[in-house]
Every structure is written in C-alpha cells, then in structure tokens.
Design a binder for this molecule. Structure first.
Ligand code: ADP
Length: 888
C-alpha cells in the first residue's frame, strides 16, 4: 500500500497538486479505517462503526471523482467538509468525547488543512475547523449527556492510544512524503540546471565555431568586392551595388563579432587584456569614423574633451573603444535630427590611476522610463514601434555593460523619451606616464572615408600565401595585386615547406587552422628546415580568430605579425611593407601621404620585438644600430646634479670634474622606475614586445627598477644579464640575433642564461676609486690594497663582481701580466670578437695593450671602446677590461 502511495505521489506524470491530493486522500482513508478499527475494539457502538464505514466508501469515491475531473480544490474541500466538519464532530459525540482519542483526531484534521490548501482557502478552512472543533468541545461540556462515554479504563486508554499511534504515524508519513516530494523536486531542478548549463556551453561553442567559420566566406565577399570597387570608371549601378555589398557584409561581420563576444562573455572566456595606449590616438580613431557617419545623416557631431587627461593610459584599449563605438553608433542610429555629443574626461583618483568618464548624448528618440530597467538585457530591443525599422540585435548595450563591469567600471543612462538620451561610462584606468599636460585633443580630420590608396610597389619582391581555403588565397593575392609583388600560393603546410625549400620568399602569409599541419607547426618547420631558404623570412599569421589577445599569442608562437580576416587591404599592405627589405620597394606612396589624412586604421605594422639595454653596456654605436638595440641612459650623480651618462657627461669630463672638485659623493645610478616606464612606453610604440637586458641585479638597481616598470605593461620582459658593461652588451646582441632569426621567446631566455655564463669579463683596476668601492670591498681589504699598491683584477662570476687576483709591480708590467693571464689559454677562447674597454687610459697605454693582446690571440674583430662615465667611476682611471666569449 505504502509503495503504491509512494509511486502515485512521486510519479512525475502527475502535477504536484494532484500528487498532494492523492497523498492526503489516502491518509484520510487510512485514518478513518484506523478510527473504525479503534471503534470496533472499544465497542463504540453500531452507529459509529456504520458511519465510519460509510465515510471510507465516500472518501474512496471522492478521490476517484476528483482524479477523473481534476477538480482538486473541490475534492480537497469535500474531504475537509466531510472529515473535519462532519465525521470528527460526530465521532467526538459517539466515540467517548474528551476522554477518548477524538481530540487527537482533531489535530490530524488541522494538519490536513495545512497540507491541502493555500492562500485564502487555507485561512477560511482553518478558521472554520477551529470554530467547529471549539463548538464541539463546548457542546460536549455543556451537554455531557450528548456524549456516548467509553467504558472507563481499558476502552478509554486503548482508544486514546490507538488515536495517538495513528495520528502520529499518519502525520509523520505526511511529513515524510512532503519532504520526499521536495527532495525529488530539488534533484530534478538541479538536473535540469546542469542540462541547461551543458546546453548553454554547447550553444556557446557552436556560436564561436560558427562565427569563426562564417568569417571565412565573409572575408571572401569583402575582399572580392573591394577588388571590384578598386576598378576605375565603374557604371553607377555597379558602384552602388558594391557599396551595398560592402555595407551589408560589414553589418554581418559586426553581428558575428557581437555573437562571438556574447558567447565569450557567457562562457566566462572574455579576457581583459591591458596594455599601454595613447589616449588621444584612441579618441581620434573613434571620432573620425563616427563624424563621417553623423554627417551622412546630417547630424551635428560635437566633441568635448576635458582637462588634465593623461596622455598615456594602461588598460584594454580595444574593449574601451568597443564600448564607446557602440554608444556612438546607437546615438547616431537612434537620432533623426539634431546632434550627437561625445564628452571625454575624468579625474585622477590616485597618483597612478585615472577614472575615465565618457558621455554620449543625443537628441534622438529617447527611451521610455519603464523600458530603462531592461535596456542592458541581451537580445532586448526597447521601444519596438520606434525602432522596428532600425537594424539591431539588442546585443550591443548588454556587451558594453558586461565589458565595462569586467574592467571595474559602470555604465548608466539618463533619457527623456522623444527628447534624447545620455549614456555615461566610468572606467578606472592606470596612468602609464607621469605628466598629464601633453594630451593632444583629437582632431576631426578628413570628412571622406578614404578610397583605397595603394601604399607601395615592389615588383621584385616574392611573397608566399599559405591557406587551405582556395578563396582566401585568391582574395589575398588579388588584394596584393596593386603592389606588383610576385605571389605564390600554397594550399597546405606541406606544400609551403616544399616551396620554402626551393625558393626564397621575402614574406610569408600563413593561415593558422589548416588540416594535417597547422600554421604554427609549419612556421616552426620553416625556421628549422634543413637547407630551407626562408629560415629568417618574416611570417605573418593570417587568421579568422579575432578579438582577445590573439596578437600576443601569435607573436609568442614566433610569428612576425598578425592579421585577422577579413583582411583590410591597408593593413595587409602596411604589414607587408614593413616586412620587405627596403631595397625591394621601388615606389613608396605612404611616406608622401604620412602627414595628412585621418588616422582611421590602427598602426599594426609594428615590429614584433625590440631588444633594449642600458647605456652602460659600452657598446659602440654601430653595433647598437646593426642590432636595432635601444639603450636606456644611466646617470651620474654629483654635487652639481644628475647627468645623463655619455650624452651629458662622459668619462673624461667626469675625470676632470673629480680632479678639480674632489667631489667624492659622485656615483653612477640607474634611471628611476618612472623613467624606465617612459622608455618602455616609447619602445612599445615601435614594437609589440620589448626584451630588456639589464645589468646584473647584484651590481645595480637597474634590474629592480626595470622590472617594476615592466609590470605596468605586460609585454615587456626584463632579463638579468648577470653581467655589466660590454658583457651585458654581448648578451643584448645575442638576444637580438636570436629574435631576428625567429627563435621564440621561451627558447631565447634559457639560451641567454646559458650564454651569459660563457662570457669572460676581466678588468684590471690600478686605482680603486673611493666613491665606488667603499660599498663593495671590506674596509681592511681596501686599506691593504692601498698600503701595498696592489692592483686587483675584477671578474664577474655568478652575476657578482669579485676580485680574482692581485697584481703587483709597475703599471706597464701589471698590464702585461693581466693580458697574459687573461689570454693564457687560447683554446678556451672564441676568437670571433674581443671587446677592449678603456677607462681614461692614455693613448700609449691603449696601443701597448692592443699590441700585447696580438701576441697571444688573434681575434677576427677587436672592438675598442671608451668606457662610459659609469664604467669609469666604478673602475677608476687607467683601468681596462677584456671581454670575450669562451668555448665551453
Ligand atoms: P541594438 O541597437 O542592436 O538594438 P543595443 O543593445 O545597442 O542593441 O540597444 C538596445 C536597445 O536600446 C535598442 O534596440 C534601442 O531600443 C535602445 N537604445 C540604445 N541606444 C539608444 C539611444 N541612444 N537612443 C534611444 N534608444 C536607444
């Protein structure tokens, strides 16, 4: 029976209400049956027993009727009326009254009201039952003669016991079934939630892969259409068609991008990628485009730029642009006449952060107050009547809100229906540079969207396009047609490698996702291809992956640059121009056009990497230039102030100054963290990644400062060279060589670590300068060196400067001893290149030393350089060093 009730009540085929009714009905029948049993055993008379029997039959019929008609409220009401208002009072009078089990059955009756009803009916029945039960008690007390008493003793106790046992078991059962029902429902809800989540993630994956797939054919449409548009003297109708195709495909593309963003946000994969950016440039790029759009609709377009905006900020420029572009597009879209105003400003909220505030105001259709709460919901378009003829998906504002919140900001709106709206966005950004006065206000430049402008011609240059999709190859080739470069096509990584084995290419465009061998594998194979002719050729990733930090991903994989599909011909050309050797470019139109015209496209043609180091590397100018290494100045601090090493003070000036002033406070010092930030910022405007080779961290604070500064960027990596002067320079040259030949950063770093240990640096220091050595050598040692006229030989070992030996004798003889000892084992010396750094040594000393060197080892190249002021102040006059690579 219990099992049957269990199945009935838990079956999902029946509604919750139905199941609750069945449960209550069955419990009622069982209760009456129990009361009947109790009546029979306690001799409560025939009327009582017949009444109970009739009640059981009635209840059975009632349950069947209710289940058939599904009128559960009526069925429940009848149960309560019959059981509580009829059977229980009658049972009270015929079954022993207060001194029987009847009061307990009243409790059961009240519990039923709780189980079966809710809302107003519950209150009504509860009250009714309480009143009827009260009257029953009252009448029983007033007219004891109406109550049929049970026999004292056994009957009374038995009846009360049976009632207690039945009521408690039935109430417990009710409670248990209710809990089971609840548990089942919770489990079902959890299962459903999981299924929905699974479905959601499948849907998101579907969206992102579909978006990716759709970008490829759109890329073909846009590319081929652009080729048609480039044709001169097109018939008016064809021109109109091409313009329509262009607009439609751009819309389709932005739609796909929105879907992609939405699915990324929903699956938690949307990443905020901060980097340093120029505020005014970002603003110009946005405003130029929208100014054109507004003027096409004859709308005014105002820009109000606030005061004190930091020129460089640190944040996710792409996402901020996306938010502002969305608000501006909406403002223009939903405004028929009047104007759109963009206000850009904000305030400094701490020394290094700025609260950017952007307001977009329009005089458009406005938004009803009741629609405002739903404005930022995905897929929700408000004011259906007013917006039904305006294209849109209802995704833009939702994406804008989620992006703003992901960056710790907020977005709000103020709108007067029919008068216009103002959207306001506040986003905290880090200040990337100290001064805040040099912000250039964005200019509104050329009104016209530029037609295609060819940027260069290079008829002798060879380019390989690798893509498994034939249409993509064709589009890319056509887009390059005007540049006259010679284009070869490869449909797979394998064919690409066959080509690169046979022929040298000046640039390769490589698709990422290809069957069998993908673009990344192919790139790595090109770099290591035995007998390959393109091991050093720049390879540009060409891919339908867009958004996020793909550019960094591809650079880290070793690509020289990254270009997303659909290909913008201007970007394609500018990237290629950047990659081609200058002598192959016959006509360069871009130089001439550089000064005017709007900045509509972002400059993508940055170099992949720049290697930077400190000026104290003592590298000659030509080596820095050849290896494209930028240097961060070191400084000399004297009582007169701080001077930039080499440019403001050189070793000779400093020597003279020290002789004249005996300023023993003079010392060398690295640039500050802010100066390093500024330096890296400059380097990043030329390249996408900076690898900074710093002086050994145990000898200079420069590593610490550069590392702190690098934290503000994310694409600056600082390496401890473990060396100083030219040895540090050698590490920087090695880094530049490796990166130039396409070795990936992850492989460059361990190689540099190995290489720095291979460098031998030894300096002969005849006169230890007070200013510097005082914090490096123990006092007693310094006294001994002075007293015995010892000349220490310093070497770098494990990143530290240590004294290797002391030389004793006249200056000439110690110089000879030094050269002999350093070069005594020629078999361990790589004779390719020797650096000789002299610190304020007379000419004859230099000649003598160079002659001595020749006696022991012949180097292919001997680079003689004068030490910087920093080098001089640390080693003193007449000191010199020999630096070369050893053979392991
Ligand atoms: P879409 O513009 O693609 O429909 P959005 O998410 O950008 O989607 O905007 C959602 C809705 O908010 C729009 O459909 C429009 O009803 C309303 N809306 C957005 N911006 C404005 C505005 N500047 N003026 C009036 N209504 C706007």
């Amino acid at each position: 029976m219990l099992k049957f009730i269990r199945e009935l009540t838990l079956s999902r085929k029946r509604s919750l209400e139905e199941r609750r009714f069945i449960l209550a009905g069955c419990v009622t029948i069982v209760s009456i049956f129990a009361a009947l049993l109790s009546g029979l055993t306690t001799n409560q008379g025939l009327i009582f027993c017949l009444g109970m029997g009739a009640a059981i039959i009635f209840m059975g019929l009632l349950i069947i009727f209710t289940l058939r008609t599904k009128r559960f409220v009526l069925g429940s009401s009848l149960i309560i009326i019959v059981a509580n208002l009829l059977i229980l009072p009658v049972g009270y009078f015929f079954g022993g009254g207060l001194h029987s089990g009847a009061p307990l059955w009243f409790v059961m009756g009240i519990v039923f009201v709780f189980v079966l009803f809710k809302g107003a009916l519950f209150h009504i029945y509860l009250l009714l039952c309480l009143v009827v039960f009260f009257l029953t008690y009252y009448l029983g007390e007033m007219h004891p003669e109406w109550v049929t008493p049970l026999q004292e003793g056994n009957d009374m106790h038995l009846d009360s016991y049976i009632a207690m046992a039945c009521v408690s078991i039935l109430c417990g059962t009710l409670f248990k079934f209710q809990s089971m029902l609840l548990l089942h429902e919770i489990q079902r809800a959890e299962k459903q939630t999981k299924e929905i989540e699974k479905l959601n993630s499948v849907q998101n994956n579907f969206f992102s892969s579909m978006s990716h797939e759709i970008r490829t054919p759109i890329s073909t449409i846009i590319g081929l259409n652009e080729m048609t548009m480039r044709e001169k003297q097109l018939p008016a109708e064809v021109l109109e068609n091409t313009l329509n195709i262009q607009n439609a495909s751009k819309m389709l593309l932005s739609l796909i991008n929105d879907f992609l963003d939405m699915s990324k946000i929903q699956s938690g994969k949307m990443e905020i990628v901060p980097a340093k950016y120029e505020t005014s440039r970002m603003l110009s790029e946005i405003t130029n485009f929208h100014w054109n759009k507004a003027s096409e609709k004859d709308l005014g377009f105002e820009i109000e730029v606030g005061e004190n905006i930091p020129p460089m900020l640190f944040g996710d420029e792409t996402r901020i642009k996306q938010i502002i572009i969305n608000l501006l597009s909406n403002a223009i879209k939903y405004t028929k006449e009047g104007s759109v105003t963009l206000r850009f400003g904000g305030e400094k909220i701490s020394p290094d952060s700025f609260l950017m505030r952007v307001e977009v105001q329009d005089t458009g259709i406005g938004i009803r107050k009741e629609s405002l709460p739903y404005l930022f919901d995905a897929f929700r378009r408000v004011e259906a009547n007013e917006t039904k003829n305006i294209e849109g998906t209802g995704l833009g504002l939702s994406i804008a809100k989620q992006l703003t919140e992901a960056m710790g900001g907020n977005i709000s709106v103020n709108s007067i229906f029919t008068k216009g709206s103002t959207f306001r966005v506040e986003i905290p950004q880090k200040i990337a540079q100290g001064e805040i006065t040099t912000f250039r206000k964005p200019g509104l430049l050329d009104r016209q969207q530029p037609d295609y402008q060819q940027s260069f011609e290079a008829p002798t240059a060879t380019v390989l396009i690798v893509d498994d999709n034939e249409m993509n190859r064709i589009v890319c080739r056509k887009l390059l047609r005007a540049t006259k470069v010679q284009v070869d096509l490869a449909e797979s990584g394998k064919v690409c490698l066959e080509n690169t084995h046979e022929k040298h290419y000046d640039a390769i465009f490589m698709d990422h996702e290809m069957p069998e061998m993908d673009g990344i594998e192919t790139l790595h194979s090109i770099r290591q291809q035995p007998g390959g002719l393109c091991r050093e050729t720049p390879v540009i990733a060409l891919t339908a992956n867009a958004g996020g930090n793909w550019d960094q991903f591809y650079l880290e994989q070793g690509f020289s640059a990254y270009l997303s599909k659909p290909i913008q011909s201007s970007k394609l050309e500018s990237l290629l121009l950047e990659c081609l050797p200058e002598d192959l470019v016959e006509v360069n139109y871009t130089d001439a056009d550089k000064t005017d015209g709007p900045t509509i496209y972002e400059k993508v043609s940055k170099r992949a990497y720049i290697v930077t180091t400190d000026t104290i590397t003592d590298l000659p100018e030509h080596l820095l230039r050849e290896n494209e290494i930028l240097t961060m100045p070191y400084y000399i601090k004297t009582r007169q102030g701080r001077f930039q090493d080499t440019t403001e003070i050189d070793a000779n000036n400093l020597y003279q100054y020290l002789l004249n002033t005996s300023d023993n406070s003079a010392h060398s010092t690295p640039a500050s963290v802010e100066e390093y930030e500024h330096f890296f910022g400059e380097a990043l405007s030329e390249s996408r990644f900076v690898l900074h080779i710093s002086s050994s961290r145990s000898m200079s604070k420069s590593f610490e400062y550069a590392t702190q500064a690098a934290e503000s960027f994310g694409n600056v990596h600082v390496v401890d060279s473990g060396q100083i002067t030219a040895a540090q320079g050698m590490v920087a040259i090695r880094a530049a060589e490796l990166l130039r030949s396409g070795v990936r950063l992850e492989e460059v770093l361990p190689e540099l670590d190995r290489y720095q240990k291979q460098i031998s640096l030894q300096f002969l220091v005849p006169a230890l300068p007070e200013s510097n050595t005082k914090h490096r050598l123990p006092y007693l040692l310094r006294v001994a060196i002075k007293a015995f006229n010892l000349e220490p030989v310093f070497i770098t070992r494990k990143g530290k400067l240590t004294i290797r030996r002391f030389l004793l004798g006249y200056i000439r003889s110690t110089q000879d001893q030094f050269v002999r000892s350093v070069l005594s084992n020629p078999r361990r010396i790589n004779t390719k290149r020797l650096f000789v750094i002299f610190n304020c040594c007379p000419m004859e000393v230099r000649d003598h030393v160079l002659n001595e060197i020749e006696k022991y080892v012949h180097f292919d190249e001997v680079i003689v350089n004068l030490g910087s002021a920093s080098s001089f102040i640390n080693c003193g006059p007449n000191s010199f060093g020999l630096i070369f690579e050893t053979i392991e």
